[in-house]
Design a protein around this ligand. Sequence first.
Ligand SMILES: NC(=O)c1ccc[n+]([C@@H]2O[C@H](COP(=O)([O-])OP(=O)(O)OC[C@H]3O[C@@H](n4cnc5c(N)ncnc54)[C@H](O)[C@@H]3O)[C@@H](O)[C@H]2O)c1
Length: 372
Amino acid sequence: MGLIGCGNMALNDHARTYLAHPERFRVVAAADPTPERLALGREMLGLLAVDVYADAAAVVARPDVEVVDVCTPQHTRRDIVEAAAAAGKHVLCEKPLATVPADAAAMVAATRAAGVLLGVVHNYYFFPEIAAALQLLRDGAIGQVEVAILNYLGVIDLPGNAAYRPTWRHEAALAGGGVLMDMLHVVYVAEALLGRTIERVSGYVDARDPGAPVESLALCRFETERNAALVNVGWGVGPGGIEVSGSAGRLALGYRDGATSPFVPFEEMVLHDTVGRRRISVPAGAPDPFTALALDFADAVVHGRDPIAPGEQGLHTLEATLAVYESCALGRTVTLPLDHGDPVYRLGVAGVNELELPDWSPVRRHRLFGAG
Ligand SMILES: NC(=O)c1ccc[n+]([C@@H]2O[C@H](COP(=O)([O-])OP(=O)(O)OC[C@H]3O[C@@H](n4cnc5c(N)ncnc54)[C@H](O)[C@@H]3O)[C@@H](O)[C@H]2O)c1
């Protein structure tokens, strides 16, 4: 493995997993432009000075790197992933895959053309309660799924590491959006709970602080051919939890004090069905969500299959997320996939500047994403 970016996620989760699973992973090189983070990464991974670099390209070029693990902020990724594909290296990439769908599509095309894997860190599939809920729904525990309601209104606004740019999550050009883009996990989890592909999107976004460049609240509706999800995400202290209802029952996942996952622990899963109400136990002892995802990716490399979230899924999830911003800006439902001529497809959230926004558009009113 070559680790690109030695930030919080890279060292707290990725490096820890690789060190704990030497039978699967060996990190031979790392890169980060900040000397402080590079030194931390080097020390934690037990690398030599000659194995750490300020420039990601040096890691990609190393002949002993088989998989490039991209843990940089999302606006930086296209060049790194295209270079990795050109060098014949598999890529594991943090979420969101990119800030701009056109970039994400280019990354998917480059890796497919090179015959290397591109896996996106959609690790929320592996939260034990989410994995257990998905299995119950697949088994038909509540009949046909009709509605999924996901509340993540108590997301804690954690800064990036101090040595780099702690506020990058609040910069539209770097993060590609605000709290929803940062927590786009909820978009693919909602889709998985529905069991069908998201086709249409509508949304409302708002910002608590005047002059904030990105949203701190996003209320979204994701429609498939047959069912729909309501997804509410916010930096703040609002409620958390997931409820799914179907033709023959409902399933509820609760977190401590009704707050938001993963900032508080999972508390209980309750199934209401034709038999009555009962608590469902969630199997214990599973690896943590990132470790489970990384092991899936390693298995995919070894067996030459796609990982759980290949690049195409990263692209689709990114488009569904950006469609919320576009819908709110325009005041209408947006259809997926985005048209390649759509400014939001070409430019990401900056594309809202090229749209005809009604006077009452919340995006315009708050001048979100640089909208005039
Ligand atoms: N999957 C998850 O659950 C999860 C959780 C947290 C963060 N993330 C994702 O991980 C990524 C990083 O987030 P973070 O919280 O670690 O941020 P961070 O700011 O702590 O770290 C980012 C690091 O990338 C480095 N960097 C920037 N440009 C680089 C380049 N061109 N080459 C090499 N290194 C470069 C920075 O110096 C910094 O150390 C984000 O995309 C974020 O969305 C995912």
